[in-house]
Design a protein around this ligand. Structure first.
Ligand code: PRP
Ligand code: ZN
Length: 288
């Protein structure tokens, strides 16, 4: 029987949908998992394990799952022996201190001798000791945000994404301790199995091309023939742009792949140089 690469993703939470979406963008055929704990891609030797995000680093360390998609925050907190292979660019959030809405913190010195509730005791304690701050850390595994209103802690240290959870609990964000996003982690034992290594490299190639595509746009425009040199100067293209003739002999069509961030930056310059009908389209995959 052929080997199956095993990938762990979060069962229910901020990263679940986006992890599956990334896999689907890589051309993997994955049925809706509903309540199943494990499903297989129908067109790739891949099993997807749905786990609690906090458990993913351990499963990967033990090589039960060969790879995993999980928040960098969880990987750092657990401090287990796994390899971080790639930042995935989704699930961005911060690990931050949250304080009651009606209180102020001027500087880091203001948290001396305070009690802080968190599910990230290791990261927080390191941060405090790096900054020579003496504070009491209470380790709570969930619903950290209610600790101040229960009188259990003065402030909290928790993940903030939209900020809604803080707001709902009459807290506000103070310092950031860590910036985090989803990462792909790998078991250190994976490379020992040549069959799995081939599957892993193949999947990585697809993930890379999908991540590149997400940051890129395909742009098209019509330009006066005499502006061509100027337009090529403006476009920060992945490769040399495509230039096509149009039925109007005075015009040309220019197509190029550019970084998404650049699109708005160069828009005005393009118009000034005479470009019209500028279109920008999403790209599904880029194979370089
Ligand atoms: C984090 C954190 C908050 C929420 C903040 O939980 O514990 O509950 O997200 O998000 P918001 O700023 O958008 O409201 P996480 O998604 O890591 O789930 P988990 O703690 O259950 O693993
Ligand atoms: Zn969690």
């Amino acid at each position: 029987m052929e080997k199956q690469l095993k990938l762990a993703i979060q069962k229910k939470g901020r990263l679940s949908d986006k992890s599956l979406q990334l896999l689907r963008n890589c051309g993997l055929d994955i049925e809706n998992f509903q309540e199943r704990l494990i499903i297989s891609a129908t067109n790739f030797n891949l099993d997807i394990l749905f786990l609690r995000d906090d458990d993913i680093p351990e499963y990967v360390q033990d090589n039960v799952a060969h790879i995993g998609m999980v928040g960098e925050n969880v990987v750092l907190e657990k401090g287990l022996d796994v390899e971080v292979v790639k930042h995935l660019g989704f699930g961005r959030c911060t690990l931050s201190l949250g304080i009651p809405e009606n209180e102020e913190i001027q500087g880091i010195d203001d948290i001396r001798e305070k009690t802080i509730a968190t599910s990230y005791p290791n990261i927080l304690k390191n941060y405090l000791s790096d900054n020579n701050i003496n504070a009491k850390v209470i380790d709570i595994s969930g619903s950290v945000e209610i600790a101040p209103s229960l009188g259990v802690a003065d402030l909290i240290c928790d993940l903030v994404s939209t900020g809604n959870t803080l707001k709902l609990n009459k807290l506000k964000k103070s310092f950031n301790i860590l910036n985090s996003q989803a990462v792909l982690i790998k078991s250190k034992k994976l490379d020992e199995d040549p069959e799995l290594k081939i599957l892993f490299d193949k999947l990585m190639g697809r993930i890379d091309s999908s991540l590149k595509a997400r940051k890129s746009k395909y742009i098209m425009m019509n330009i006066p023939k005499e502006s061509l040199d100027r337009i090529i100067e403006i476009i920060p293209s992945l490769k040399s742009p495509t230039v096509l003739p149009l039925s109007d002999e005075n015009l040309l069509a220019v197509h190029a792949v550019i970084n998404e961030d650049k699109f708005w930056e160069i828009n005005e310059d393009l118009k000034e140089a005479g470009a019209s009908g500028i279109l920008s389209l999403p790209i599904e995959n880029i194979i370089l």
